[in-house]
Design a protein around this ligand. Structure first.
Ligand code: NAP
Length: 503
């Protein structure tokens, strides 16, 4: 690795240190020292961001598209160093970091194409009707406009695709909004090298210095100061329910409340219908085990719960156990996440009526898979069994009959995804479940597994609370740009004063 972090924040185009520092806690390799964030640094970054908005918010779509593509190029130019530091800090394998880099540059380029097309502006024009009776109609033009500086929280589980230059940042920059990122302590060096790439793109494209800032973390008051700063107009966040809820409440309590787009927890239930189970139970078991254990289960779309009829449960549980049995121990992203996994596992294991199917032995920063089963009634009576355990833990919920399966579906909280495994002969039950499941999740899948989120036009990565704090939004795909736009109507405005896109 040739990159050694200098440990500074990036604010208004300058790399700035601070007196207090923290040490990174890499999964492997050398720890480094980083300047700790502070309220004063948040203040500087937000002011630089607002200054930048007066220019950046009025750049053309083509200028911003070229800027996004240049960021992607600059990330690629640092590709090997990014993989090296990202692997060291997160413990994720090299292939994962390389894939995530491709996704990150891919979504930057996708947003460049998207804004070039201009459809996201949702331009509407009601031509004037001066002779309309009883009253004339004015000329009305509507256009989506950028809202101002955006705060983005780096996510622990996606050091690239949901962090410094990840989906939230790409969508905000595409919209015309400057960004202040609060780095995640789990990967401060990765944040720094990606911020270097964005800094280089700002200089090459002659964008205002405050278009992007990185304030490293270190203490809770950094994130709190950021969401409460009066110049910040919206927040993009991926993380825990507790953290997201606390920050959401702070946003709502501000003198000027702002939208908080939090992508929080989800157990992503799968409903395994009887005919499909009769035809391919072993195949579904294998698929579930693979999706559950992938990346040590540290995906927001990890399918933590499978609902199956009791009569099919024994053979299925054995098949999943066998498929999971081959999964070795995997290093988790942080000590805190590993500790939370062990606590979650103990909570499920001690739940009323819960039986163990596969118990393993994870310690320190490592995760091994666990599988439990519980009857539908016990699951319905004990809400804590439906809380997310972030890691490779599966809970098989056995339903007495199809009515209980539907009752389980109706009792679900908001989810990022729900999945049906069904065959043609399951369609009647499938239709009944669909009317329920559609109300519960941002994405409903058939005969697949929810990990692996396509970045595209039709993707929705969001859902009713607690999957997200804003059910009208997605944090993945082109639709995610909407979070950082606001419709403005121009009435009888002389053409010379209209934004170019509204002329
Ligand atoms: P987190 O604890 O919610 O932290 C995410 C970010 O929010 C961090 O920058 C954190 O800062 C900040 N933050 C959290 N609570 C805050 C508060 N009250 N005030 C100000 N800032 C606050 O999430 P995490 O570190 O990624 O992982 C912890 C747990 O989150 C995991 O065990 C898992 O359960 C869950 N998680 C879920 C998903 C998902 O997609 N569903 C993804 C990742 C993690 P500090 O670092 O300074 O605390």
């Amino acid at each position: 690795m040739t990159f050694t972090p200098h440990g500074k924040h990036l604010i208004a185009g300058e790399w700035i240190g601070s007196d207090s520092t923290f040490r990174s806690e890499p999964a492997s390799g050398e720890a480094h020292t980083f300047s700790m964030g502070s309220k004063a640094l948040v203040e500087q970054a937000c002011e630089a961001s607002e200054d930048a908005f007066w220019t950046y918010g009025y750049t053309s779509r083509e200028e911003r598209a070229r800027f996004l593509e240049t960021i992607a190029d600059e990330i690629e130019a640092r590709g090997e160093d990014i993989t090296a530091i990202g692997t060291s800090e997160s413990g994720l394998p090299e292939g994962r970091l390389q894939g995530e880099r491709g996704r990150t540059t891919g979504q930057l380029r996708m947003f460049a194409d998207h804004i070039r097309k201009g459809e996201y502006l949702d331009f509407r024009h009601d031509a004037a009707m001066p002779d309309r009776k009883p009253a004339p109609r004015p000329d009305l033009r509507m256009l989506e406009r950028p809202i101002g500086p955006i705060a983005v929280f780096g996510a622990s589980n996606f050091p690239l695709a949901f962090s410094t230059a990840g989906g939230d940042t790409a969508a905000a920059l595409a919209a015309g909004c400057p960004v202040v990122v609060k780095g995640h302590d789990a990967h401060p060096g990765t944040a720094e090298i990606v911020a270097e790439a964005i800094h280089a793109a700002i200089e090459k494209c002659d964008m205002p210095a405050g278009t992007f800032s990185l304030v490293q973390g270190g203490k809770r008051d950094v994130g709190q100061a950021l969401v409460q700063h009066p110049l910040i107009k919206a927040v993009g966040f991926t993380g825990s329910l507790a953290g997201g809820r606390a920050l959401y409440d702070l946003c709502a309590q501000r003198p000027e409340p702002i939208p908080f787009y939090g992508e929080l927890g989800s157990v992503n239930p799968m409903f395994l219908l009887p005919e499909a189970m009769g035809a391919r139970s072993a195949e579904i078991a294998k698929g579930w085990a693979g999706s559950l254990a992938m990346g040590a289960g540290q995906f927001c779309t990890n399918p933590g719960i499978a609902v199956v009829l009791e009569e099919k449960a024994d053979a299925f549980a054995n098949a999943v156990k066998e498929a999971l049995g081959g999964t070795g121990s995997q290093v988790m992203l942080t000590d805190g996440i590993a500790k939370a996994y062990r606590e979650g596992q103990a909570r499920i294991a001690g739940g009323p009526g819960v039986q163990e199917v596969l118990t393993t032995n994870c310690d320190a920063r490592n995760a091994t898979p666990y599988l439990y089963r519980v009857g539908g009634k016990d699951w319905l009576d004990n809400a804590e069994l439906s809380d997310e355990v972030f890691g490779p833990l599966g809970l098989l919920v056995t339903a007495r009959d199809t009515d209980e399966m539907i009752a389980i579906a109706r009792s679900l909280e908001g989810q990022l995804t729900v999945t049906l495994h069904l065959d043609d002969a399951d369609q009647e039950l499938g239709r009944k479940l669909m009317t329920v499941l559609e109300r519960k999740a941002g994405r409903v899948l058939a005969n697949g597994f929810p990990t692996g989120v396509e970045v595209s036009d039709a993707m929705v990565h969001g859902g009713p609370f607690p999957a997200s704090t804003n059910f009208g939004a997605t944090s993945v795909g082109t639709l995610s740009i909407r979070r950082f736009l606001r419709p403005v109507c121009y009435q009888n405005m002389p053409e010379a004063l209209l934004p170019e896109d509204a002329r």
